[in-house]
Design a protein around this ligand. Structure first.
Ligand code: XUL
Ligand code: MN
Length: 354
């Protein structure tokens, strides 16, 4: 296939890309079993450089499998060993996210469970994730608050739940003075309604924390769309607050399950606007990664089951090119004349390459 050459550097910016081991997936969904053989973690690690990625995102148990069966010392030892391996491979651990949604102890949520013993488990596991991040050499924790919400509204006290989440964030900040917490908001799935469903909610919690400068956000395209919001506006809001510290770019075809499609695959114009906002907002200039939380189609054969990652990276780079070559003078003219029909045509023709 002929491939147009594109540059994702220029204007002093070179984007760095990341993904998580879960983005190379065996294809199981709620309606059917895996359709591809699992790929060993060591083999996945090799794929990063091959695909042009430098950053790795971890859940705590991606870094230390079977985490609950190991002593704190063992967990730290394994994380430190992995940190060395990553450094040798030239890979950067972007963040660690405590996986608080698979344990039998988090069936009814972690921080917001109605059971104090379960809340304690979630608390401790999160502090341990902070230790893992430190051993790996990352300063970032991501909180996707998967089960912090309800199936039925009456089952939890939402006011108290927000306080429990804030307590957990504060505990992480106090546990390690270097660590930063990034909240990854999502409005639903697996819950009917999740607490902290948008970046606005996340940032308002950040300001209430014991160290607001160390609490920010990670915005995922699909999650913003599931909340009925425009992902580029969500990103702009966080950039305005200097709190956009990572992204999970992907795409989403309307209000369905969380599809995690390749970036730009469902809506080119929304992809253009996300890249435009990131470029204009200086995203990446402080070392932020462009994370791609994308899922390969279930139908994909095993011999080419990483194409969603290389495609998403390429679509991002092509969009950077589109953003950088957009006719800014003509744009300013349209805005000055309040001729938004002309602006619409300018954008659409630019995206269509005419
Ligand atoms: C869930 C989701 C997660 C987080 C990491 O929808 O996006 O993969 O990004 O826990
Ligand atoms: Mn995500």
């Amino acid at each position: 296939m002929a491939r147009a050459k594109v540059k994702a550097s220029g204007k002093g910016r070179k984007y760095r890309f990341s993904f998580g081991p879960w983005n190379i997936h065996e294809g199981a969904d709620p309606f059917g079993p895996p359709v591809r053989q699992p790929i060993a973690f060591a083999k996945k690690l090799k794929k990063y450089r091959e695909l042009g990625f430098e950053g790795i995102q971890f859940h705590d148990d991606d870094a230390v499998p079977d985490i609950d069966s190991k002593s704190p010392q063992q967990v730290r030892k394994e994380a430190a060993r992995l940190g060395k391996l990553l450094a040798n491979e030239g890979l950067v651990p972007e963040f660690v996210a405590p996986r608080l949604w698979e344990s039998p102890k988090t069936i009814d949520g972690g921080f917001t469970s109605n059971n104090p013993a379960e809340r304690k488990y979630a608390f401790q596991r999160s502090l341990q994730a902070v230790d893992i991040a430190a051993e790996l050499g990352s300063k970032n924790i991501v909180l996707w608050l998967a089960r912090e919400g309800t199936y039925i509204r009456e089952s939890k006290n939402a006011r108290l739940a927000n306080g429990y989440i804030l307590d957990a964030i504060n505990a992480m900040l106090e546990h390690n003075p270097e660590i930063r917490v990034m909240i990854e908001p999502k409005p639903n799935e697996p819950m009917d309604h999740a607490y902290v469903p948008t970046i606005g909610h996340a940032i308002s919690l950040a300001y209430l924390s014991v160290d607001p400068n160390r609490v920010g956000g990670l915005i995922e395209t699909a999650h913003a769309k599931l909340a009925g919001l425009d992902p580029s506006d969500e990103m702009a809001f966080a950039l305005f607050h200097k709190k956009l510290w990572s992204v999970h770019l992907n795409d989403q075809n309307g209000l369905k399950f969380d599809e995690d499609k390749s970036f730009g695959a469902a809506n080119l114009r929304e992809a253009f606007n996300q890249v435009r906002v990131l470029e204009e907002g200086g995203f990446g200039l402080n070392g932020e990664f462009v994370g791609l939380d994308v899922k390969v189609m279930r139908t994909q054969k095993a011999n080419n089951a990483t194409a969603h990652l290389s495609n998403s990276k390429r679509f991002f780079e092509l969009m950077v090119h589109k953003v950088r070559t957009f006719n800014r003078k003509a744009e300013a003219e349209c805005i000055k004349n309040r001729d938004y029909e002309a602006l619409e045509r300018l954008v659409v023709e630019h995206l269509l390459g005419v």
